[in-house]
Design a protein around this ligand. Structure first.
Ligand code: 1SD
Ligand code: ZN
Length: 269
């Protein structure tokens, strides 16, 4: 079946090094594995200040697009100033730009970061840019300390995640690349895990141009969503409506990259 060929082999990670040499030569590429050997545990606030993430209570009319590599939700400009991520490993204040997701061909893999070599079914990325040093996301995206991405693992379960359903129920409206729709009303806080323990390290974008500009903060506690909610992701097309060779986004995660001597902190709450 032509529509079930993974984009991994057509436009995915194994094809990147040719056009983006940093994929092979970079010293701070993402994602990575988190494990007992490479993490320093910080149990108190002596190393970092508390992490503070603030999002509007509810956001109305959030635009969601099929980017061709998955779905992406853009934060409307009138809400951007009501968002911030600061503290923890961050020396500056960051604003939320968008969030998106990575997944696999089944729930056995799909997350980008792994824990002791184990994959979660999917991984959400909340992409923030440094508003102390830069004027906008685009400027910040290529610079050291430019971006902070908050990662949230998705674990497949038997229970439907009600808030997350506000996203998954709208995916049928954006089957093809370039399609757009609006999520009527959502609360970002309700799709974040309760426990705020996290791993943090200095890394990169996980997709081209793979800029080494990201301070990663990945929550340890996954959110639990129903398997059928993740199934909806795999119905999205990588191609536009007009394409004669339709392909679906059934796998859009990058495999783990070498640590290259970087330190990883695990901050426990
Ligand atoms: O994969 C996303 C990519 O789609 C884009 O959103 C980029 C930000 O410019 O971020 C990467 S990622 O590193 O957050 N996966
Ligand atoms: Zn991502």
């Amino acid at each position: 079946l032509i529509d079930s060929i993974s984009i991994y082999f057509s436009t995915g990670p194994i094809t990147w090094a040719k056009k983006y040499p940093i994929a092979a030569t970079g010293q701070r590429q993402s994602p990575i594995d988190f494990n007992g050997e490479n993490c320093t545990v910080c149990k108190d606030s002596s190393v970092f200040k508390p992490l503070e993430a603030k999002y509007p209570l509810v956001i109305n009319q959030l635009k969601m697009v099929n980017s061709g590599n998955g779905w992406r939700v853009d934060i409307p400009s009138d809400y951007v100033n009501d968002t911030f991520l600061k503290g923890g490993p961050l020396q500056h204040k960051y604003r939320l730009e968008q969030f998106h997701c990575h997944w696999g061909k089944n729930c056995e893999s799909g997350s980008e970061h792994t824990v002791n070599g184990k994959y979660y079914a999917a991984e959400l990325h909340f992409v923030h840019w440094n508003c102390d040093l830069f004027n906008n996301f685009k400027e910040a995206a290529k610079e050291d300390k430019g971006l902070a991405v908050l990662g949230v693992f998705l674990e497949s379960s038997e229970i439907k995640h009600e808030e997350f359903e506000k996203i998954t129920s709208m995916l049928k409206e954006i089957p093809y690349k370039g399609d757009e729709t609006f999520i009527p009303r959502i609360s970002i806080d309700n799709i974040l895990p309760k426990n705020r323990s996290y791993w943090t390290y200095e890394g990169s974008l996980t997709t081209p141009p793979l800029y080494e500009s990201v301070s990663w903060i990945v929550f340890k506690e996954p959110i639990r969503v129903h398997e059928t909610q993740i199934d909806e992701f795999r119905k999205l097309f990588h191609t536009s409506k007009e394409s004669k060779e339709p392909l679906k986004v059934i796998e859009n995660y990058r495999p783990v990259q070498p640590l290259c001597g970087r330190s990883v902190a695990f901050v426990e709450y």
